[in-house]
Write a protein that binds this ligand. Structure first.
Ligand SMILES: Nc1nc2c(c(=O)[nH]1)N[C@H]1C(S)=C(S)[C@@H](COP(=O)(O)O)O[C@H]1N2
Ligand SMILES: [Mo]
Length: 189
């Protein structure tokens, strides 16, 4: 009998029950009161959104599977946050913008095509499993991009910069795949 879970586990991945903590450098400690998301580059108006403003936006509860390039996958992770798509509703992205650079506190970055950023399940998340996201897991606010390897899900999110050209992020510059689709096993470029 084929295991029905297999269809949810991308090639080369194995399931874990715990929630590993993984990042370059040290854990960033960002106070909710100081947290801000800056929208910059080819977007109007340029803006900063603080934590209260984020909480005031329509929230989404979502259950997603996540897949780290180091081969662990975790099924049914529960997040609450604001869809990027909803957050950007009151902003205009310049038609020349095709990519974005996602900025994290501490200088870490990752890159995404805008069409991936705007998928329905991409969240600016502030709760994990019914509780505020811990600092270890990127709180107070992280990005969650379930359809790509989990390194695209920037912890300690602080900015989204819209660009015409693709600008590679921290891991992408050292050889990780520019897109990182786990179903196509796009680990390295
Ligand atoms: N700011 C930041 N975000 C990051 C990373 C990082 O090094 N810095 N690592 C990524 C990687 S490789 C993974 S697998 C996930 C891990 O998230 P977790 O620690 O909550 O499991 O965060 C991603 N987001
Ligand atoms: Mo990862």
């Amino acid at each position: 009998m084929p295991d029905p879970l297999d269809s949810r586990v991308p090639p080369g991945q194995r399931l874990v029950d715990d929630f590993p903590v993984l990042h370059a450098g040290s854990v960033m400690h960002v106070d909710k009161a100081d947290w801000k998301l800056t929208l910059s580059g080819l977007v109007t108006p340029q803006a900063t959104i603080d934590f209260a403003a984020l909480l005031a936006l329509p929230a989404t509860d979502q259950v997603s599977d996540i897949h780290c390039v180091t081969t662990w996958s975790k099924l049914d992770t529960r997040w609450r946050g604001v869809k990027v798509k909803d957050l950007l509703e009151h902003y205009t992205i310049d038609p020349q913008a095709k990519h974005c650079v996602v900025h994290a506190t501490g200088g870490w970055t990752t890159n995404l095509p805008i069409e991936e950023l705007l998928l329905d399940d991409v969240l600016v998340a502030y709760e994990y499993d019914g509780k505020p996201i811990t600092a270890e897991h990127g709180g107070p606010v992280r990005l969650v991009v379930p359809r790509l390897y989990f390194w695209k899900s920037a912890k300690w999110l602080r900015g989204i910069e819209f660009t015409a050209e693709e600008r590679l992020g921290y891991w992408e510059r050292v050889g990780y795949h520019r897109l990182g689709d786990p179903w196509l096993e796009q680990r390295y470029s």
